[in-house]
Write a protein that binds this ligand. Structure first.
Ligand SMILES: [Zn+2]
Length: 75
């Protein structure tokens, strides 16, 4: 299936066998982010967290890798 990335507005052909694609098809409201943008955002977020200028609203107790997984799961 095809999906348009919400950030770069490029249409990507998604691998129908991938779990992410199936999720997107079952829930079309889910915002699609292409891998490029996803990586870029992750890198920026990690940089911001490490800079010390960024504060989570909730007390930060989870390791970032776990938080990232949860974000991916929730879309
Ligand atoms: Zn994109």
């Amino acid at each position: 299936m095809k999906a348009k990335c919400v950030l770069c507005d490029q249409t990507h052909e998604l691998d129908d066998k991938k779990f992410k694609t199936k999720q997107l098809r079952n829930k079309p409201v889910r915002l699609y982010l292409c891998d490029e943008c996803n990586d870029r955002i992750s890198a920026n977020t990690i940089r911001r967290v490490n800079s010390g200028n960024f504060h989570f609203n909730k007390p930060y107790t989870k390791p970032f890798s776990q938080l990232k997984k949860e974000l991916e799961k929730d879309g």
